[in-house]
Design a binder for this molecule. Structure first.
Ligand SMILES: [Zn+2]
Ligand SMILES: [Zn+2]
Length: 307
C-alpha cells in the first residue's frame, strides 16, 4: 500500500469546464483517513465523484486566503455538519483563517455537531503526527501564502523470516523482539542479534506541496523531494507578455528550481484557464521538460498518484 494523492481542482483563479479551482486530497496508507490541501469553491462536488468520504476527512490545510483556494470550505463544513459525521476536524491556515471562519459561522448561525479546531500557522510551524511531520514554508505571493513539506517517518527494514526459520527460532514473541533489532537468547543457549535479521531501514518519502508562489526555491532548505506539487500558472512567454504581473510561477522557472532542488517527480498545477483551449496545455509541458530531466506531468482533475 502507498499514500494516495487525488487532484480535486487544478485551475488557477476560476474554474473551467474541465478543471475546478485548487484542492488536493491525500489519503494515508492503510487507512480511510485523508487530508485536504486547499478547498476552492465546489470542492465538495469534486469529493462526491471520488471514493473519499467527508466523514474520514480529518485535517484541512489552507495555503492562503485567496478565494480560489478557500471559498469551498464553507459549503464543505456546512455539508459535513448535516451528515452524522461526528469525528473531529482540524483546519490549518494563515493568520485570518480563524476570523474568517468564526465570522461566517456566527453570521450564518452555522453550528457544527463535531469538534472543529482552527490553527493559525506561521513560517516554520512544525506539525507532528503519527507517521509523518509537516513543515510549513513561507512563500512569496500577493498575500500571506504557505507551502507544506510532508516527511514520512522511515520504516524499519524488512524482517527475514526465512532466515529466522532456518536458524530454528520458534515463531511467536521472539520474532517481535528480533524485528525491533533486539538480541534474544534461545532455549538452547544460542544468542541471536535481531540486527542480523532485519534489512536496512527504508527512508520516508518527502513531498512538497506549494501554495501560490512566485519563488519555488523557497522550498530549497527542505530539498531534495521525492515529489513536488507546485503551481505553474503560465509559460514564460505568456508571463512576460502580461500587462500586469501577478506573483505566480512559470513552468520554466518551476522546472529550473526543481532541477536545482533534486526533485524526483514534478507535478505542475494551478494552470491558467487559457491553456485549456486549443491544445495549449502542451506548451507548459514542453517548457518544463526542456529544463527538467526527471518525471514531469501537468495535473488534471481526478488525476491520482500513489507514493
Ligand atoms: Zn490561486
Ligand atoms: Zn493566490
Amino acid at each position: 500500500m502507498a499514500h494516495r494523492l487525488i487532484f480535486l481542482g487544478t485551475s488557477a483563479g476560476v474554474p473551467t469546464r474541465t478543471r475546478n479551482v485548487s484542492a488536493l486530497a491525500l489519503q494515508l496508507e492503510n487507512t480511510k483517513e485523508w487530508m485536504l490541501f486547499d478547498c476552492g469553491e465546489g470542492t465538495q462536488h469534486r469529493i462526491m465523484r471520488t471514493s473519499l468520504s467527508v466523514y474520514h476527512l480529518s485535517r484541512i490545510f489552507i495555503t492562503h486566503l485567496h478565494g480560489d483556494h478557500l471559498y469551498g470550505l464553507f459549503g464543505l463544513l456546512a455539508s459535513r455538519g448535516m451528515t452524522r459525521a461526528g469525528s473531529p476536524l482540524e483546519i490549518y491556515g494563515p493568520a485570518g483563517i480563524r476570523e474568517t471562519l468564526e465570522t461566517l459561522m456566527r453570521l450564518s448561525q452555522l453550528h457544527l455537531p463535531f469538534d472543529l479546531k482552527i490553527f493559525e500557522i506561521s513560517e516554520g510551524t512544525l506539525l507532528r503526527y503519527e507517521g509523518f511531520r509537516i513543515d510549513t514554508v513561507a512563500l512569496s505571493h500577493s498575500i500571506l501564502s504557505y507551502g507544506f513539506v510532508l516527511t514520512f517517518d522511515e520504516k524499519p527494514g524488512h524482517f527475514d523470516i526465512k532466515k529466522a526459520k532456518k536458524l530454528g527460532i520458534p515463531e511467536g514473541p521472539l520474532y517481535a523482539r528480533l524485528k525491533k533489532g533486539e538480541r534474544v537468547t534461545l532455549l538452547d543457549g544460542r544468542s541471536i542479534d535481531g540486527k542480523d535479521l532485519v534489512g536496512p531501514s527504508i527512508p520516508g518519502k518527502k513531498i512538497a506541496i506549494g501554495g501560490d508562489n512566485d519563488d519555488p526555491l523557497l522550498f530549497a532548505p527542505y530539498a531534495p523531494f521525492d515529489l513536488m506539487i507546485h503551481e505553474a500558472t503560465y509559460t514564460r512567454k505568456d508571463f512576460d507578455n502580461l500587462p500586469r504581473k501577478f506573483k505566480h510561477t512559470t513552468a520554466q522557472q518551476l522546472a529550473q528550481a526543481a532541477r536545482k532542488m533534486g526533485v524526483n517527480r514534478l507535478i505542475l498545477t494551478h494552470i491558467s484557464p487559457r491553456y485549456d483551449k486549443n491544445g495549449r496545455i502542451s506548451e507548459l509541458l514542453d517548457e518544463a521538460t526542456k529544463e527538467f530531466d526527471g518525471e514531469v506531468e501537468i495535473a488534471y482533475d481526478f488525476m491520482e498518484l500513489s507514493i
